[in-house]
Design a protein around this ligand. Sequence first.
Ligand SMILES: CC(C)(COP(=O)(O)OP(=O)(O)OC[C@H]1O[C@@H](n2cnc3c(N)ncnc32)[C@H](O)[C@@H]1OP(=O)(O)O)[C@@H](O)C(=O)NCCC(=O)NCCS
Length: 192
Amino acid sequence: MHAPGAQPFGIPWAAQPPALRARSVLQWHWATRGTWTPQRWTLDFAVFLDGEPVGAQGLSAVGFPVRREVATGSWLGLPYQRQGLGKEMRAAVLVLAFAHLGALSAVTGAFTDNIAAVKVSRALGYHDDGQQIADRDGARVLARRFRLTAPPDMQRWPLVTVSGADDEFLGMCGAADPAGHQALPLGGYPHA
Ligand SMILES: CC(C)(COP(=O)(O)OP(=O)(O)OC[C@H]1O[C@@H](n2cnc3c(N)ncnc32)[C@H](O)[C@@H]1OP(=O)(O)O)[C@@H](O)C(=O)NCCC(=O)NCCS
C-alpha cells in the first residue's frame, strides 16, 4: 500500500513480511470487535472495487454519546491509489457519521509528507486543526490535524448509500439519541 521507504503510519505494520502483516491485521480486527462499546468503538469497512478487496476505511469514536465526534483512517493498495477512491471512501463514512449517527464533527491526521492523505481531507472540506508531535517508528515528526464541522456536500457524492444503520446499530455506536446536541462554534477559521 505504499512505496518502500514511505511511512504513512506510526507503526510500520504495512511494511512487515506478509505473514506478520496478515496476523497484525487480524489481531487489529479481533481487538476492535472484541472491545467495542458505545463509548469507544472502531468500525473498519472493507473497500471493494468491482468485487475485489482493495483497501480499508475506518471510522472510530471515543465518548460519542456526548462528544459526537468521529475519527477516520484508511489505506488502499498501490494499484488503486490516485483514482479518486480515497475521497470516495472517506465521503462514504462521513455520510454515515453525519447523516445517520448524528456526528457533529470529524477529525483526522496525517504526517506532513503524506500529500495524498492531506489532499483527501482538503477535498472533503476539512480545515486545519493544528499540528502534533508524533512518533513515527521511533522518529520525532510533525503530524497535521484536520477537522470537519459540517456534513459532506451530498451533491458531490450522489452514489453514497448507507444500509444497515438500524436502531440496534445506532445503539451500539452510542448514537441512539442525537436530540439535544448542538454544534460547537469550531468551524470558521480560514483555510491555510
Ligand atoms: C491516503 C489514500 C487512502 C488516498 O487515496 P487515493 O485514492 O490515492 O486518493 P485520491 O485518488 O482520492 O486523491 C486525493 C487527492 O490526492 C492527490 N494525490 C493522491 N496521491 C497523490 C500522491 N502520491 N502525490 C500527490 N498527490 C496525490 C490526488 O491527485 C487528489 O487530489 P485532488 O483532490 O486535487 O484531485 C492512499 O493514498 C493510501 O492508501 N495511501 C497509503 C496509506 C495512507 O497514507 N493512509 C493514510 C494514513 S494518514
